[in-house]
Design a protein around this ligand. Sequence first.
Ligand code: 5AD
Length: 348
Amino acid sequence: MRGLIDTLRDHHKLASHEYRELLTMCAPEDVKYLMDQAREVAQGQFGTGIYLRGLIELSNVCRNDCLYCGIRRSNRNVSRYTLSRQQVLACCEQGYKIGFRTFVLQGGEWGEERSQWIADIIRDIRHGWPDCAITLSLGEHTRETYALWRDAGADRYLLRHETHNERLYRLLHPQGMTVQHRLQCLDRLKELGYQVGAGIMVGAPFQSLKTIVEDIQYLIEFQPHMIGIGPFIPQHDTPFARFPAGKVDLTARLYAILRLAQPQALIPSTTAMATLSPDGRLRGILAGANVVMPNLSPEDNRKLYALYDNKAALGAESAQGIKKLENELATIGYHIDWSRGDSPSTQK
Ligand code: 5AD
């Protein structure tokens, strides 16, 4: 097993059956070796600093109907909100004071007719906080919309591909959504000069080792700047309410494999990890993740932005919360890196 791990570390690529071996190996000393190598590679790139991204959940209104997601259109039990421009700017103001230098605008997928409204907000943030990075996570849109937002000042875009496997993609999404279109969106975002993030949910219904291996291979081929991966967690009002949640262990293992495959990638230890296990966030970092995304959204809206049940709150939006995060990171020898944290492959 060590031979495989060394090969992945040194050549950033393995054959399909070898990824499968890494995903299923169970000798604790092998798993430890994988984690140790991933951490060492991450530290070689980023030291023991962890980048912060301030998440602003813009709206839970969504035209889409993904079967796993709590804010899907057909969920009538969600009371829908959209933050006002003033509210978004207030989140940035508060976040900036604490020290955040990246704002992530995340929300349900809207129709293109509202793209201009979002562009205006992006422009306001760009002017108000010129030294900050603006990341968008707003779903699939036309090339024109992506270009409009890029011109308005957005730097990065997160769009998990969810799975590269056509059959699985169809099982997770409503009719009319295709993996081809999703991948086309990712290609366009890259062409437009965004730093792009792709990724999957681990343990999604009907997922198999085979599809996970395909996803690893897609990520290695696409070379996203960011890799967003978290365990699937059921939401009680969705068709997948009764499926079991994904595993923190397997997710961490995937972080480690992808860290060795893509040393420079920005990999967040996601909220879903923290939701499933009190030490989930730290375990992600110990597997080579190097980003944490605290929530800057107004308190009242957070529970309405429920993609899955029991979403963890880090509480890092306040000065005390940050102290707590710092202390938590310190227990494993890490600290907050307050810089913008651009992808090493795009830094000027
Ligand atoms: N469990 C975990 N992650 C989810 N997402 C959506 N619904 C769930 C869920 N039930 C993830 C998707 C999406 C991202 C914004 O959140 O991967 O891309």
